[in-house]
Design a protein around this ligand. Structure first.
Ligand code: IPM
Ligand code: MG
Length: 294
């Protein structure tokens, strides 16, 4: 990967490990190590609702229409990478959450820069009423904000954010948050886009970028040919744009996905009661349709 200009990544995980708390090796370790070693500190997760999927979400269409959020999830710090272990003969467990000033600063800058190219609103999410790393987070974001007077900044607690995302998703433009909060909030926000199967992500740092769908490996549907390939395809679009600066090509991929949805094709996760069975042709066929429009 280090020798590559960009990486398109699938998904890892297996239920065999999820249900075995004593497993010493799990596929997720590989993913986390990759993020850490490639220095991928900024995870961009765009939540964009294709109009055709308004009905696929469990949120009311009039609340959703026009929602367009860009998450910046910090990806190489926090409780994910702090010291963890057991003491007291294994009866007590701990995970240390840690952030340094520079780690918050660099992700905040990326988020502010992005906000400048959008609606110029940034929401920083933390739990500064309780957590010390969050207090540092807020302090640093407030300081970086002085360099971006044209961007309107608000600070929200993570619990309130979880509520506001469902209540009024359109109030958000760019959201920046820590690793664990970002993990949780983006799964929640995927419902704004209709399905986890629609959400692409870009992980960037100072070198090689990694592009991957936000969903996991979905072993419950392995081999059935019903997985939604669009999140992976949209991740490739992000790759073209961000790592290679190929904007028209990236737009062509996104446009092709849009056309396929407009033509009525769906995978199971984004189909609804009105979708005819013939329009749910399966993973490969959806991929072929996208290819035709590209
Ligand atoms: C994600 C995933 C990963 C994470 C897991 C698979 C370790 O949920 O990319 O959001 O928690 O970061
Ligand atoms: Mg996750």
């Amino acid at each position: 990967m280090r020798k590559s200009d960009a990486v398109l990544f699938g998904a890892v995980g297996h239920p065999k490990y999820d249900n075995d708390p004593s497993a010493k090796v799990r596929p997720e370790q590989g993913l986390l190590k990759m993020r850490k070693e490639l220095g991928l500190y900024a995870n961009l997760r765009p939540i964009k609702l294709f109009d055709e999927l308004l009905g696929a979400s469990s949120i009311k269409p009039e609340i959703l229409k026009g929602a367009d959020i860009l998450f910046f999830r910090e990806l190489t710090g926090d409780i994910y990478f702090g010291e963890k272990g057991r003491r007291n003969d294994g009866d007590t467990a701990y995970d240390i959450a840690e952030y340094s000033r520079y780690e918050v600063e660099r992700i905040a800058r990326k988020a502010f820069e992005a906000a400048r190219t959008r609606r110029k609103k940034l929401c920083s999410v933390d739990k500064a009423n309780v957590i010390e790393t969050s207090r540092l987070w807020r302090e640093v974001v407030q300081k970086v904000a002085l360099e971006y007077p044209d961007v309107e900044v608000e600070h929200q607690f993570v619990d309130a954010t979880a509520m506001l995302l469902i209540k009024d998703p359109r109030r958000f433009d760019v959201v920046v948050t820590a690793n664990l909060f970002g993990d949780i909030l983006t799964d929640e926000a995927s419902q704004i886009a209709g399905s986890m199967g629609m959400l692409a992500s870009a992980s960037i740092g100072d070198g090689t970028g990694v592009y991957e769908p936000i969903h996991g490996s979905a072993h419950d549907i392995t081999g059935k040919g019903v997985a939604n390939p669009l999140a992976s395809i949209l991740s490739a679009a992000l790759l073209l744009d961000i790592s290679f600066g190929m904007k028209p090509e990236s737009a062509a991929v996104i446009n092709a996905v849009d056309k396929v949805l407009k033509a009525g094709f769906r995978t199971r996760d984004i189909a609804d009661a009105t979708t005819p069975a013939a329009n749910i042709p399966g993973t490969d066929a959806i991929g072929e349709e996208v290819l035709k429009y590209i």
